[in-house]
Design a binder for this molecule. Structure first.
Ligand code: CTP
Length: 411
């Protein structure tokens, strides 16, 4: 599957900190995602890790100061800087931060940073007191004012054995931030897309409730795919263990009622609503404040219908015109197409994504899905078994098509 990293040149600067082990992981993840990663190590970084380590995970030469004055030395830093889509320095020490803030260019990395015109991301790692020092804080402010993105550091165990703020963020967060930065010019730039995901939870008492098997995987994949197309994404999810993609505005709710409120609040000026959540259809009429005791015998649960969120959205749309596009999902165990078409019409949708939940390789809690996309014009597109990420890309392509936007460029 093509990702926004494909063939993108990222310069990864590495300075001297024990957090370099996270950079090796980041370089590996970037390369596996299709990026071309040029690593530049400072002299101190080579005390912790060798260029060979990076070369082994990126398949690319890794540079050190010896390349600054090497055979192509006079152009190396300019070339690396010019071709980069992003310059990421992770970890960056207090010393290199200070150099960047003051425009000092005394090694291959700082020379490259001064020549770079691409977005810059810095992930500091240092001792807590060095981080808190006014000099470091002033340097960070200076760099922020120049639109440099600073991520972290976070709080936790430090190399000194103490606990404090100074740990470099995890590689997965940096990967998400880089991905976000690479996709801001996509076809859905400045468009607001709302995605709902996972199941809702309807309480019986303070510790028990009714929920369903939805994992949220398809919804979270849709949120990532919408981000990848450049959209501003609001993700509204029920309880889930999944980490939200970096860059989404994530709201966690519990009940169908709360999801309705969150969707209605997010709706103004939205371009599309992708309603992938498995919303509970019924909830206990009167959840108890206190825990239901076993001694009272098996409780009788009286259930009532929850609000239909898509029906409420259709009403809003008729009044205000947003969202421009409504997409529903139909999980069916029988009569897939006819049931889905009925829902598409009843809920006034532009698209409905129908999937047969009786299959074991598709639907709830697995990584793959087999769906049919139905549109309001009577069209029907049967997709083969594919990953939920691929399904999400397909759905976003259809949304882009319905909006009359061009998606010629992948990213
Ligand atoms: N949906 C909704 N509000 C609800 C229930 C469902 O907005 N209270 C949305 C779902 O998020 C999905 C679509 O409606 O996009 C279809 O959901 P589904 O559960 O398949 O349909 P229901 O209308 O609940 O009908 P049934 O459960 O009887 O098949």
């Amino acid at each position: 599957m093509i990702t926004p990293f494909q063939d993108k040149r990222i310069v990864l600067g590495v300075t001297g900190s024990i957090a370099v082990y996270k950079s090796v992981d980041l370089a590996s993840k970037l390369a596996q995602s299709g990026a071309v990663v040029d690593v530049i190590l400072t002299q101190s970084a080579t005390q912790f890790v060798t260029p060979l380590t990076f070369q082994s995970v990126t398949g690319q030469p890794a540079y050190t100061d010896s390349d600054l004055w090497g055979s192509q030395g006079h152009i190396q830093h300019i070339g690396l800087a010019r071709h980069a889509k992003q310059l990421v320095i992770a970890p960056i020490t207090a010393n290199t931060l200070a150099k960047l803030a003051h425009g000092i260019a005394d090694n291959l990395l700082t020379v490259t940073a001064l020549a770079a015109r691409c977005p810059i991301i810095l992930a500091p790692a240092m001792d807590g007191d060095m981080y808190a020092h006014p000099a470091t804080q002033t340097n960070l402010d200076t760099l922020r004012q120049r639109d440099v993105t600073i991520i972290g550091p976070t709080e936790g165990h430090l190399a000194s054995g103490m606990t404090g703020i100074g740990r470099m963020v995890e590689s997965i967060e940096l990967l998400g931030l880089i991905r976000y930065g690479l996709t801001r010019h996509g076809p859905l730039r400045n468009k607001k897309i709302i995605v709902t995901a996972s199941g809702t939870y309807e309480p019986i008492d303070p510790i028990r409730g009714i929920m369903n098997r939805s994992s949220g995987k398809q919804g979270f994949a849709l949120a990532q795919a919408a981000l990848d197309k450049g959209a501003d994404v609001t993700l509204i999810s029920g309880p889930t263990h999944l980490a939200a993609p970096i860059g989404v505005d994530h709201m966690e709710i519990r009940t169908a009622e709360e999801m309705l409120a969150a969707v209605l609040k997010a709706l103004p000026d939205s371009t599309a609503l992708l309603m992938a959540a498995a919303v509970a259809d019924f909830r206990p009429v009167s959840p108890t404040k206190e825990k239901v005791k076993k001694s009272a015998g098996g409780p009788k649960l009286e259930l009532e219908a929850t609000p239909d969120i898509l029906a409420a959205v259709a009403k809003e749309k008729s009044k205000h015109g947003y969202p421009e596009i409504s997409v529903g999902f139909a999980a069916e165990s029988q009569d897939l197409i006819s049931n889905a078409r009925q829902k598409l019409e009843a809920k006034q949708l532009d698209l409905i994504i129908a999937n047969d939940i009786s299959a074991t390789d598709a639907g709830f809690a697995v990584d793959t899905n087999r769906v049919t996309i139905l549109d309001a014009g009577g069209g029907e597109e049967v997709l083969p078994l594919m990953s939920k990420d691929e399904v999400a890309q397909f759905v976003l392509e259809r949304v882009i098509g319905l909006l009359g936007l061009s998606s010629n460029e992948q990213y």
